[in-house]
Design a protein around this ligand. Structure first.
Ligand code: 3EB
Length: 334
């Protein structure tokens, strides 16, 4: 278990608001306060004007929803080839389309992409990653060590460790796949570090045995960002895993139940570590389902477990281990 660093006040940081919305935002430059727009559907790339991210994972249920990130402070934006960014004085959002065609092996494309985005955030003075999202075409394609998720983990690890990140600095993350082509990586980075948490019921992903791939996944179970106005806990993708083992093969019901238990346990653990007496509750969710046939059942279960009011996006995605049928991540406002 990694003990959190002391929670420091991050000065004048203003939080980011995350909303699921169907409003139309074409040109970010004419929308003050918009840091990024995350679109869901078959496309997977980063578009101009800067900030339009397309994840490649289709929505289930509500076809026109997107995710918009906003902040109160003035925003500067730019792009450079496959990379885009938007920033305030306090927070940096960066995204990169993965360029596979140039590389003989997928892992090399990933190492290069991660090196580029990590070098970029370092140069910007925001080397501390709060959260990173990874969406990759064909994540389960290939067998044993050449499965693309394992190659992804290899490439990411090489870049993270090569750029000087210690395991305890690995941020919260998710890594999902889709049926199309292309891949994107996008992240939130800051000048001061967030606080990372592990889940005592799950082995730290960076300690997973090599059966899961020659390099273990480089992520924390959750990262706390301390802004001026509030604290936000970013949950990593959470699935039906106990210790390091996938549980309940071919059983969506049981996988969903264990996933919820893992989230509840993590929230309880974080509250204990922070000395919070109140019960932490999720504020927004993304629910990734491997098969759209699960949607009707899981939709009901999600609202039952997390409450009718919670904003949820249901998405069709491949989860990084073939046997996993559901994964949930999200945000908890403290
Ligand atoms: C797991 O717990 C499930 O490789 O970035 C969840 C969150 C998972 C992030 C990643 C993988 C990642 O191992 C998979």
């Amino acid at each position: 278990m990694v003990l959190p660093r002391p929670v420091q006040s991050a000065g004048a940081l203003t939080s980011i608001s995350f909303c699921y919305t169907n409003e139309l935002i074409d040109d970010l430059n004419s929308n003050d306060g918009v840091l990024a727009v995350i679109n869901f559907g078959d496309d997977c790339y980063i578009d101009s004007p800067p900030g339009h991210i397309h994840c490649g994972v289709p929505l289930l249920g509500s076809p026109s929803i997107k995710e918009v990130w906003r902040t109160d402070l003035p925003i500067r934006r730019g792009s450079d080839g496959l990379l885009f960014w938007s920033e305030t004085d306090e927070v940096l959002v960066a995204g990169l389309s993965i360029d596979e065609a140039q590389y003989p092996e997928f892992k090399m494309a990933i190492t290069t992409a991660y090196q580029r985005i990590l070098q970029f955030i370092a140069d910007k003075g925001c080397p501390h990653i709060i959260r990173v999202w990874n969406y990759i075409g064909g994540i389960n394609r290939g067998s044993s060590e050449s499965e693309r998720y394992k190659q992804f983990c290899y490439g990411r690890y090489q870049a993270m460790v090569g750029m000087g990140y210690a395991r305890e600095q690995f941020p919260s993350a998710c890594a999902l796949g889709h049926a199309g082509r292309g891949g994107v990586i996008y992240l939130i980075a800051t000048k001061n570090p967030g606080v990372n948490f592990e889940n005592p019921r799950q082995m730290s992903a960076y300690h997973y045995p090599s059966a899961y791939g020659p390099r273990s996944p480089s992520f924390a179970r959750a990262t706390l960002a301390e802004w001026k106005s509030q604290r936000q806990l970013f949950l990593s993708g959470t699935a039906s895993i106990l210790g390091h083992k996938s549980m309940y093969f071919n059983n969506i019901d049981a996988q969903f139940e264990l996933t919820c238990q893992n989230i509840d346990f993590l929230l309880k653990h974080v509250a204990e570590q922070l000395g919070e007496s109140r019960k932490l509750e999720m504020s927004a969710l993304k629910v990734y389902l491997r098969d759209k046939a699960y949607f009707d059942l899981i939709e009901k279960r999600v609202y039952n477990h997390f409450g009718d009011e919670i904003p949820v996006m249901f998405l069709l995605a491949d989860i990084c281990r073939k046997e996993l049928l559901v994964e949930i991540d999200g945000l908890c406002m403290l």
